[in-house]
Design a protein around this ligand. Structure first.
Ligand SMILES: Cc1ncc(COP(=O)(O)O)c(C=O)c1O
Length: 450
């Protein structure tokens, strides 16, 4: 490895960073993270903090899980790669598919299609949803419904069902036939409704209205995150997802639960859909499936979808979709080890307890700091804090202040993530009580510097 001066001189000079302005990265070089242990990260200057971001909502097991590391290292020697395109496979892929099926049995998921990440998984579900309807003799079902504020990755399909315009506008025109319902976001919504159950009903009515307008027989699928993550940790009322499930069922629309963040224990249950008592038709997963140790995702199919493909005798059920790294043997080894560690450590139980601690701690901070407009969480280790410069007018906090809060919190001991004027937190599910307290103290320092 080159020395620190080399790294600083070349930081952001030869690569563009996702989700940032290239000129800004040049002017304000990104923090260089050189090491990690437990739930801590250490930067090039030796500053060590609690990672309240969990890498990027993904390092569920923390950074020191040797079981996963060793599984990856061993597999590199046994078989570093072989194609899983139809006709060949590998032992770890078979094993991982078994582990995934067991893990998601309660959700009714019976088949997996491995990918390299969340955007790939979303794309796979959208494509297979269309194919499912063609196979059933309803080829007019091509449209997609989704929620505003939703984040479904950056491929053209995923971006088209995305509900935040900053991920869309520069890349338009996107896929035709994608329609967005209001988000179950009680702090701001077009109905001015603060009651989660009433808001759920209003969105259900809007959804029914859109389905009637489009014609149910033109709609392939509805995709939603059980808790909207990147959009600001928007937690719906408990009636919301079941209501959406019922509407989809009534109109023959597939329900895709995007579990890229919410899967594998983050909500305090093994999946977000399970958290709300819903069985979707398909799921998109990634992140926690390997705890970020290797880039893997999986699209999951329920029995209803699997049956249609597997009972097809026309040949049209062939899946002409997939990735070079689908069912990658090293990734698959990481999946099996990660799922077994996730179950052994019962990370969902700690996520629920520490998530409540973090949420309640932030609610306390809101009593002290007037800039906190809304606090969202309380369902596992996903917490969002919406900052405003004027509480009555709900004016979004300006970016320079957000950056100052972020920097001060970092100096005080915690890395948090900014999503516009929101602070987003999703620490490893292995975090301890005192480490959560470190995050809360660092946030307190950050807010005091606003
Ligand atoms: C709900 C959801 N879907 C899809 C994605 C895209 O995943 P990836 O960044 O791995 O492509 C993300 C990423 O954060 C996500 O949160």
């Amino acid at each position: 490895m080159k020395d620190d001066n080399f790294l600083k001189e070349n930081n952001a000079r030869h690569m563009w960073h996702p989700m940032g302005h290239p000129a800004d990265s040049l002017e304000n070089p990104p923090t260089i993270i050189k090491g990690a242990d437990g739930v801590h990260i250490t930067d090039l200057d030796g500053h060590r903090v609690v990672d309240a971001v969990g890498g990027l909502w993904c390092v569920n097991l923390g950074y020191s899980n040797d079981v996963v590391k060793e599984a990856i290292a061993k597999q590199l020697y046994d078989l570093p790669y072989y194609s899983a395109f139809a006709g060949s496979t590998n032992p770890t892929a078979i094993e991982a598919s078994y582990a995934v099926r067991e893990f998601f049995a309660e959700d009714g998921m019976v088949r997996s299609f491995f990918t390299s990440g969340g955007s790939d998984s979303v794309e796979t579900t959208l494509r297979l949803a269309r194919q499912y309807h063609r196979l059933r003799g309803e080829p007019t079902r091509t449209k997609f419904l989704s929620l505003k504020k939703g984040y479904h990755g950056t491929h053209f399909g995923g971006a088209s069902v995305n509900g935040n315009n900053r991920f869309r506008i520069n890349y338009e025109p996107l896929l035709p036939g994608c329609y967005h319902m209001p988000s179950p976001y009680t702090y701001r919504n077009p109905f001015n409704e603060t009651d989660p159950a009433k808001l759920a009903q209003l969105i259900a009515q809007a959804m029914e209205d859109e389905i009637a307008f489009q014609g149910a027989n033109t709609i392939a699928a509805f995709i939603m995150e059980p808790i909207q993550g990147a959009g600001g940790v928007i937690v719906p009322g408990e009636t919301f997802m079941p209501l959406m499930r019922e509407i989809c069922d009534r109109h023959g629309i597939l329900m895709i639960s995007d579990e890229v963040i919410t899967g594998f224990g983050r909500t305090g249950d093994w999946t977000g859909a399970r958290h709300w008592g819903v069985k979707p038709d398909m799921m998109s997963t990634a992140k926690g499936i390997t705890s970020g140790y290797f880039p893997v995702g999986a699209a999951l199919m329920g029995e209803k979808v699997a049956d249609v493909f597997e009972n097809d005798t026309t040949g049209e059920g062939a899946i002409f979709h997939g990735y070079t790294y689908s069912a990658h043997p090293v990734g698959a080894a990481a999946v099996t080890a990660c799922l077994s560690e996730t179950l052994r450590l019962d990370t969902k139980t700690n996520a629920a307890a520490r998530g409540t601690q973090l949420y309640e701690g932030v609610l306390k901070l809101a009593e002290k700091h007037d800039i906190i407009g809304d606090v969202r969480g309380g369902h596992g280790l996903m917490t969002g804090i919406e900052l405003v410069s004027d509480k009555a007018a709900k004016t979004p906090m300006d970016m320079p202040t957000m950056k100052r809060i972020h920097k001060t919190a970092y100096e005080a001991g915690a890395m948090v993530r900014l999503g516009m004027h929101n602070i987003l937190m999703s620490p490893p599910l292995t975090i301890t009580e005192s480490e959560v307290q470190t995050i809360l103290d660092a946030l307190d320092a950050g807010f005091s510097a606003a």
